[in-house]
Design a protein around this ligand. Structure first.
Ligand SMILES: [Zn+2]
Length: 67
C-alpha cells in the first residue's frame, strides 16, 4: 500500500489547499485568486508612492469581480 500523497500548496490569496499538479494557476487555486494577488501588489506600490489611500475604495476594488 504505497499511495503517493498529492503535493498541495496553500493559495496565497484565500489559503485554500491547491493541488500542485492539477491547478493551472498555481500556486493559486484559480486565475481569479492570482489576479487578486497581483492587484494587491500594485496597491502596495501605490501605497508607497502616495500614502493617502481611501480605505473604502480599496475594499471595493478587492471584492470586485471585474479585476
Ligand atoms: Zn485562492
Amino acid at each position: 500500500m504505497t499511495k503517493k500523497k498529492p503535493l498541495t500548496v496553500q493559495c496565497p490569496t484565500c489559503r485554500k489547499d491547491v493541488d500542485w499538479s492539477t491547478s493551472p494557476a498555481r500556486p493559486f487555486c484559480s486565475e481569479r485568486c492570482r489576479l487578486i494577488d497581483l492587484g494587491k501588489w500594485s496597491e502596495e506600490a501605490y501605497r508607497i508612492e502616495g500614502e493617502e489611500i481611501n480605505r473604502e475604495e480599496e475594499a471595493h476594488t478587492l471584492s470586485s469581480d471585474e479585476i
